[in-house]
Design a protein around this ligand. Structure first.
Ligand SMILES: N[C@@H](CCC(=O)N[C@@H](CS)C(=O)NCC(=O)O)C(=O)O
Length: 200
């Protein structure tokens, strides 16, 4: 999001990136908890304000920046509301993918059939929801690329392209052709490449 804003000429979006090693438990350190009481990455500290304002929950960070810079969110009231639906869809769905499917398929200490089956079914259902939605449109929301795409792509786009959990074949993500077309278009964006280079 910050790279997209910079690409749009919003120079105020220049940022410093601080890596938090969640494997080492840095999210539980008192400095981090002051910024995000929920101990999860990411968190944004807007130092252009006095006092500086911290914002947690990635979709709220995206909405905050979209409002602040008047960008990447449709202006028309109906389109804007639809866009917010997809933003909230990500907020309520992605934990089934990451904490559910990803955890049990890739990271659990031993294989457990029931949760793998449950979260595989749910992940495929969600991919199908996205695929049907993207069948008739270029991006998630009417008009153009928006914060809904920015929220959804890192999870579902990268999963479909085989870049998360080594699960593309298992989930048969090749069958979600519209998701793959959308994911490829976003991956090709210069701002996305820059963002990934600095974040991963
Ligand atoms: N709904 C939150 C989810 C954040 C989240 O789950 N972050 C994970 C990394 S993807 C995390 O910080 N995990 C550390 C932990 O669970 O201790 C958001 O979108 O900001």
């Amino acid at each position: 999001m910050l790279e997209e804003l910079l690409a749009l000429g919003k120079t105020g979006a220049a940022y410093d990136l601080h890596t938090i090693d969640i494997g080492e438990g840095e999210q539980f350190g008192s400095d981090f908890v002051k910024l995000n009481p929920n101990s999860k990455i990411p968190v944004l500290l807007d130092q252009s304000k006095t006092p500086a304002q911290s914002i947690f929950e990635s979709c709220v960070i995206l909405f905050y920046l979209a409002e602040k810079y008047d960008a990447l969110l449709p202006e028309d009231a109906k389109d804007r509301t639809e866009c917010m639906s997809w933003l909230f869809w990500q907020e309520s769905s992605a934990s089934f993918l990451g904490g559910g499917f990803g955890h049990f398929y890739k990271y659990a200490p031993h294989p457990m059939e029931y949760p793998i089956n449950r979260y595989t079914m749910e992940t495929k259902r969600q991919l199908d929801v996205l695929d049907r939605h993207l069948a008739n449109r270029e991006y998630m929301c009417a008009g153009d690329y928006s914060i809904a795409d920015i929220a959804i792509w890192p999870w579902y786009g990268r999963l479909a392209m085989g870049e998360l959990y080594d699960a593309a074949e298992f989930l048969d993500t090749a069958s979600y052709t519209h998701v793959l077309r959308w994911a490829g278009a976003i991956q090709a964006r210069a701002a996305v490449k820059k963002g990934l280079e600095s974040a991963l």
